[in-house]
Ligand binder design. Structure first.
Ligand SMILES: Cc1ncc(COP(=O)(O)O)c(C=O)c1O
Length: 484
């Protein structure tokens, strides 16, 4: 027990819950009243974080939550890692300028040095970096502009299920129809089929026996090649092809390495620039420092954000030097010089590299995937589990529905939402993604402890059981006595 200023007693959390400013229900009510209906996480995770460390968030309600969302995959080192805090504190205490446009600073110089040292070697020692506005979406915009400028072509190739951000150009290459529907189409984008064995875009394969039937990934490659080479195919000369090595928001769908290598070849042979969006997969998340390293491909342009800023906003593209043909100011923005993000990011990149946290993500991720697989065995509502490293997903289905031609049952978004709520009740933060929001996503920090990871799995299992019970509960018939 410690003494708090207001009522004299606190429970050791350091939170004075009697303070009106700290009343979580009131804070949440004010948020509901004052903020837009387009808010997202705040709708489904009604918590008020007040402190956080590692994989734990403490809410204003005094409860601790195990964070398996980690800022949508941003917090590779978890919350408030000592390296990050130390780097930020040091920058503040030496009076480093916080806002510097895109000017050179010692902080930026050191960040660039560290980032370059981590990049896939194929990009070359003369690789160029461009600092963008501080969101992944802005870096995607920059990558598209660069590809268009360097090739002189306009058309972009993008995939079903792809997610690249919410600004106009990034949204144009994103798949999510619901958010695109009310808006005018931006630019020429040709949508290509991403391999997704559970719900194959070609409707082939077999869920019960993955080795049986035609291979959807192979069909995707044949289709792309034939489409691009068809003089009547309707595709004007493409500038670039943008792809995620593991689709994240799209429902945690890893692309096969061989498929990515073939995509590299297809694009290379046709002079189409390959843009790899590593915004979510980067910095160890998938079990290699960059997801490109699993397949060994060298993209022409790499898009980076999220974890490279150690929890603070920053976004950068890296590209082959000969593409550096755009004019000064071709992609500008006021907030491209976030010094604190640079020092936090440098500390994060170093720690991930020094401690081999990418390898740890691979090891722990395999164990968690096996755990999810095990959990799915006697739970028919878990239709599919998949992932790479610490980017994991479980697709929830309605096993009483009619299976499609491939053997997949209909997605069950209601169940998924209930599971998320049951997880939160038990102190676990997870998010949903994928088609209809029916995929449970686990994106824990790379430093999550073994015991914490096991706890997350066990809470998830309980939450699925509880959610299925709630969903399938037959309402008790009324006796008629309640009324009297
Ligand atoms: C692969 C990918 N690209 C781009 C973005 C957009 O990043 P931001 O939300 O920072 O604009 C995201 C965000 O989740 C992402 O996962």
């Amino acid at each position: 027990m410690t003494i708090s200023a207001r009522n004299g007693i606190s429970d050791g959390t350091g939170i004075d819950r009697d303070s009106p400013a700290m009343d979580p229900a009131a804070i949440l009510a004010r948020q509901r009243e004052r903020e837009s209906s387009a808010r997202t996480y705040a709708r489904t995770l009604p918590i008020v974080p007040v402190r956080a460390q590692g994989a734990t968030i403490v809410g204003a309600d005094g409860r601790s939550y195990l964070d398996c969302l980690s800022g949508a995959g941003t917090l590779a080192l978890g919350h408030n890692h000592p390296d990050v805090i130390q780097a930020i504190t040091a920058a503040l205490s030496r009076g480093a300028p916080l806002h510097t446009l895109d000017l050179a600073t010692p902080e930026k110089d050191a960040f660039v040095e560290e980032l370059r040292a981590s990049l896939p070697p194929g990009l070359g020692s003369d690789v160029k970096l461009h600092f963008c506005g501080p969101s992944g979406a802005d870096a995607v915009e920059a990558a598209i502009k660069l590809a268009q400028t360097a090739t002189g072509n306009q058309t972009m190739l993008a995939f079903t299920g792809g997610y690249h951000g919410m600004t106009a150009g990034a949204l144009a290459v994103t798949g999510n129809v619901a958010v695109k529907n009310p808006l005018p189409a931006v630019g020429s984008v040709v949508r290509l089929p991403f391999p997704y064995p559970y719900r194959c875009p070609f409707g082939v394969g077999s869920v019960p026996d993955r080795a049986a039937g035609p291979d959807g990934a192979e069909l995707s490659l044949r289709y792309i090649e034939r489409l691009l080479d068809d003089p009547l195919g309707g595709v004007t000369d493409p500038a670039g092809l943008i792809v995620e090595a593991v689709q994240g928001e799209g429902g945690v769908i890893p692309a096969p390495d061989s498929w990515l290598r073939a995509i590299r070849e297809i694009t290379r042979r046709r002079g189409i620039l390959l843009i790899l969006d590593e915004v979510q997969t980067g910095v160890g998340r998938t079990g290699r420092f960059w997801a490109a390293q699993h397949s060994g491909i060298t993209p022409d342009i790499v898009v980076m954000s999220k974890a490279i800023g150690g929890g603070l906003p920053i976004a950068v593209i890296a590209y082959r030097a000969e593409l550096d043909v755009w004019a000064p100011g071709a992609h500008t923005g006021t907030f491209r010089g976030n010094q604190l993000a640079m020092v936090a990011g440098r500390a994060t990149l170093r720690r991930v590299r020094r401690d081999g946290l990418d390898e740890r993500a691979a090891r722990l991720g395999s164990r968690l995937l096996a755990g999810l697989d095990h959990l799915a065995r006697d739970r028919p509502h878990v239709g599919d589990v998949r992932g790479r490293g610490l980017m994991l997903g479980a697709e929830l289905v309605d096993p009483t529905g009619t299976a499609d031609a491939v053997g997949a049952y209909p997605a069950d978004p209601r169940l998924a939402a209930l599971v998320r709520a049951e997880c939160l009740r038990r102190g676990l933060i997870i998010e949903l993604g994928g088609r209809h929001g029916a995929v449970i996503r686990l994106l824990p920090p790379l430093i999550i402890g073994d015991e914490e990871a096991a706890r997350a799995l066990s809470i998830l299992a309980d939450a699925i059981n509880a959610a299925v019970r709630r969903l399938t509960a037959v309402p008790t018939p009324s006796t008629g006595r309640e009324a009297g």
